[in-house]
Design a protein around this ligand. Structure first.
Ligand code: FAD
Length: 452
């Protein structure tokens, strides 16, 4: 390290830590990345933290860290369907198939991190394998000009107190099940009865009583093109216990198939083609996220300043796919700011940077998640936007545009704001748009599509 070169320590080598380490190294810092696992173990011995789809805009920040080297898992639209009611009362309510207006990319987060770590090592970064506790963090922070904590939702996050003004929930809002499966390609004929985009689209099935089911093309770290399923079970619905009972990839697949057989039979002929990945016993996860926004700047026992990034700073339920996107935006902007900054990395400086991130993305990421969770604060938005989306594709695109750029949601505070938004996007009065909505009646299936 030259005398003028500044040093940085990054704790945790998930997507946030590996991105920060590579970004800071490329910006001229002398960087040490601390990980509780060896590089190969991060890639092969643990499940991915999540699916980490990058919906559009966040890919521009990601490109500031690393070039796009991925071949599979890109989609340009989504097929959404909403069902409601139980037993004989169950009805196909609404559907829409918007183009995103951007390209989403779903790549195994273990692969993304590994590619960053590889470049970091090739370019002279230092990788130290150890579990960092509060005492070790104090010593590390004493030795470095800048110390970032990226240990995810657990790890060292408890050093950063939860900010009650920004954290809306004290418990998980969904029980989660994720599994990656192989056996379907991304051709035009895959799910073609739902949307002309076929396998270039994601699928989103919503069940008003029980939760949401997302399925989309995915680049698995070894297997390449695969499909990733995420189930989001409402904690008081029928799915939650089924998700909790899963014990391995095979039972995750069975649970996923059972879900489709019972609740989304239209899609069964396609999803039954999906098989487990024998070479990767870690291709599934279950669990739940307690959403939390933390005070992202902390002080160690001897007064050294540390800052939280990624899930350590802001943890959201994955229903709106915001966690990894939020982390990448935070990291890319922090790297630029640190690189341009002349003085010490004081608590005030780091706090200012976190506030800028909160304004730029963090706040909107938490709010769009609340919208897709169906939070009662968004009752008007949901009551108006989903039916409007079903009859107007521009409204549908705008709704899913929020996954890429959630900030416009912050301006939609009242029912009139939402009506104004629908009017502006549709180019005609919102009341006229909504008057055209009638419940779907019956969705097409693989067999009716073939017959038709
Ligand atoms: C089912 C699901 C689906 C998701 N889908 C999306 C999506 O579509 N889009 C999106 O943007 N986000 C999504 N997410 C969220 C996304 O996956 C996470 O936000 C992101 O991966 C978090 O990365 P991270 O680096 O902050 O934390 P982590 O991935 O948790 O990394 C933390 C690292 O720190 C290490 N560590 C922990 N403690 C220590 C210690 N004391 N010392 C050293 N190392 C330590 C851990 O081993 C780990 O390697 C999803 C999440 C889930 C659960």
């Amino acid at each position: 390290m030259s005398e003028s070169q500044r040093s940085a320590a990054v704790i945790g080598a998930g997507i946030a830590g590996s991105s920060a380490a590579l970004g800071l190294l490329d910006a001229g810092f002398d960087v040490t990345l601390y990980s509780d696992r060896e590089r190969a173990s991060l890639r092969n011995d643990v499940p991915p933290t999540g699916v980490a789809v990058l919906f559009g805009k966040s890919r521009e920040w990601d490109a500031q860290i690393i070039e796009d080297i991925y071949q599979y898992g890109n989609t340009t639209g989504i097929s959404a369907r909403l069902y409601s009611g139980d037993g004989d009362e169950r009805a196909d309510v609404l559907q829409f198939n918007p183009d995103f207006g951007y390209e989403a990319q779903a790549v195994d987060v273990r692969l993304r991190s590994d590619d960053r770590i590889g470049r970091f090592l090739d370019r002279g970064g230092k990788f130290e394998v150890r579990t960092v506790d509060a005492q070790a963090l104090d010593a590390i922070a004493a030795d470095h000009d800048l110390t970032l904590v990226a240990t995810g939702k657990g790890g060292l996050s408890s050093l950063f107190p939860i900010d009650p003004a920004r954290s809306h929930y004290d418990r998980p809002q969904r029980q989660l099940l994720q599994v990656t499966l192989k056996g379907l390609d991304q051709g035009d004929d895959v799910f073609d009865y739902r949307n002309r985009l076929g396998g270039r689209q994601d699928l989103f099935n919503l069940d008003a009583q029980n939760g949401e089911a997302w399925l989309g093309p995915f680049q698995h770290k070894d297997e390449g093109l695969t499909w990733s399923f995420i189930g989001f079970a409402k904690t008081d619905g029928e799915w939650a216990d089924k998700f909790r009972a899963v014990t391995d990839a095979a039972s995750a697949r069975e649970t996923f198939l059972d879900l489709y057989r019972t609740y989304f039979p239209h899609d069964v002929a396609e999803v039954e083609k999906l098989q487990t990945i024998e070479s990767d016993p870690h291709s599934w996860i279950k669990g739940a996220v307690t959403p939390a926004v933390r005070e992202a700047v902390g002080v160690t026992e001897n007064g050294h300043v540390v800052a939280a990034i990624g899930d350590t700073a802001i943890a959201v339920d994955p229903v709106a796919g915001q966690g990894a996107q939020n982390a990448l935006i935070q990291v890319a902007e922090l790297v630029k700011a640190a690189s341009a900054h002349d003085g010490d990395f004081t608590a005030d400086w780091l706090r200012d940077e976190f506030e800028k991130h909160w304004e730029r993305r963090g706040h909107a990421a938490t709010e769009v998640t609340r919208l897709f969770l169906g939070d009662p604060d968004y009752a008007d938005h949901l009551e108006l936007a989903f039916p409007a989306a079903a009859v107007n594709t521009d409204v549908a695109s705008a709704l899913f545009g929020l996954l890429s750029e959630p900030n416009p949601l912050l301006t939609l505070k009242t029912r009139d704001d939402v009506l104004g938004f629908i009017t502006a996007v549709a180019g005609e009065p919102a009341d006229d748009v909504l008057a055209r909505f009638v419940p779907a009646g019956e969705f097409s299936t693989k067999s009716t599509a073939l017959a038709g």
